[in-house]
Write a protein that binds this ligand. Structure first.
Ligand code: FES
Length: 139
């Protein structure tokens, strides 16, 4: 039964265990990936693209157990190249499938260009733009 330890940004530690082949697949990331385990066991792991290897919000730094993870595919390596705070121990939580005990740390920052509701934000949020327009009208 793999033991998965998450080291959060505030340095708090959460350890969970799961029985291989027994997790309910919730459709996010690869089955038994960090994301799948996190979603099943109530741990918040950002996943702006839904676990389809199209962002880097699920970036994790593996502190031990790298050999207990699935091999990295080219699409994961290509996507990871764009991650903030990339290290030689980095993996995408939605792509790295867990096969044994591992310890993973959340990086301090992630790049998330997706806002709630699926809208891509490239500049100031629309709400703020509207607010400043209203302010201009009032003054
Ligand atoms: S959730 Fe987007 S790449 Fe993993």
């Amino acid at each position: 039964m793999p033991k998965v330890t998450f080291i959060h940004r505030d340095k708090s530690i959460q350890t969970v265990e799961f029985e291989q082949g027994k997790l309910e697949y919730l459709g996010h990331g690869l089955p038994e990936s960090f994301l799948d385990v996190a979603m099943n066991l109530g741990i918040h792991l950002e996943h702006a693209c839904g676990g389809s290897c199209a962002c880097t919000t699920c970036h994790l730094i593996i502190r031990s157990g790298m050999e207990k993870l699935s091999d990295m595919e080219d699409n994961e390596a290509d996507r990871l190249d764009t991650a903030w705070e990339l290290t030689t121990s980095s993996r995408l939580g939605c792509q790295a499938v867990i096969k044994g005990d591992v310890v993973a740390e959340f990086p301090m920052y992630t790049r998330n260009y997706v806002q709630e509701g699926g809208e891509i934000q490239l500049g100031a949020p629309k709400v703020k733009a509207k607010a400043s327009e209203e302010e201009e009208v009032r003054s």
